[in-house]
Write a protein that binds this ligand. Structure first.
Ligand code: SAH
Ligand code: DHB
Ligand code: MG
Length: 223
């Protein structure tokens, strides 16, 4: 049987209806994304809840996110943190950061979230130099061309057991294209490095839903 994106969208709504209670704040965050003219490239509601459940299942206390946008995925993550837990999120666009900060206030998670404004690679370099505790979960969702670089930094900020999740590694299957698009070559090189990296066990899962056809990679740091 063939399905199309309208069906994927309907099923995402059906999933949300059953498993994701209506949430006024998250609704306002999505509305603010549109009102502020930001692109609607946040994770879908079921994906946001997946991140939320990963944080809870891992008992993660320290989470790092690359790519904040309006803070939609950040809020799903922040709400799953235990008391004293912390989300560090990186965003390069000042307007996105401003919208996100407002949304963190709105969601009552501003005290648990640190937003670093600037290129994520610079922030990561600083975080490594600061020599803080490793992160329990790292969500990579910023500029796709830099995913290979982000993998290197993520490993330096990890410990055995750290989980790394990367969004958008399938791009409607276009990652297989030879096309010289840095978005695609970034995702492809990221997957190649992940596969050759002896310090992780990794997989990737294709997804369909309200965001179309894409996929995420998941890795556990083993040593
Ligand atoms: N995680 C968000 C979506 C992120 S969209 C959510 O699901 O709600 C990707 C974001 O990465 C955009 O806001 C974009 O401005 C930001 N970005 C792009 N290049 C970046 C860079 N070099 N460093 C940090 N953020 C970057
Ligand atoms: C797009 C989707 C994303 O999840 C993202 O992080 C960046 C871009 C997109 O569909 O263009
Ligand atoms: Mg994404």
């Amino acid at each position: 049987m063939e399905t199309d994106s309208a069906t994927w969208n309907d099923v995402d709504h059906w999933i949300a209806e059953h498993l994701l209670p209506d949430d006024a704040v998250l609704g306002e965050v999505l509305a603010s994304t549109e009102q502020a003219g930001l692109p609607a490239i946040n994770v879908s509601p079921p994906q946001g809840k997946l991140l939320h459940l990963l944080v809870r299942a891992l008992g993660a206390r320290r989470v790092l996110e690359l790519g904040t946008l309006a803070g939609y995925s950040s809020i799903w993550i922040a709400r799953a943190l235990p008391a004293g837990g912390r989300l560090v999120t990186c965003e390069v666009d000042p307007h996105h950061a401003e919208v996100a900060r407002r949304n963190f206030e709105r969601a009552g998670v501003a005290d648990r979230v640190t937003l670093h404004l600037g290129p994520a690679a610079d922030t990561l370099e600083r975080l490594v130099a600061d020599g803080g505790e490793p992160y329990d979960l790292i969500f990579i969702d910023a500029d796709k061309n830099n995913y290979p670089v982000y993998l290197d930094w993520a490993l330096r900020l990890s410990r055995p057991g750290t989980v790394i999740v990367a969004d958008n590694v399938v791009r409607q299957g276009k990652v297989l294209d030879a096309a010289d698009d840095p978005v695609l070559t970034g995702a492809r090189l990221f997957m190649e490095r992940l596969g050759k990296e002896p310090r992780v066990a990794a997989t990737a899962v294709q997804t369909v839903g309200s965001k179309g056809y894409d996929g995420f990679a998941l890795a556990v740091v083993t040593s």
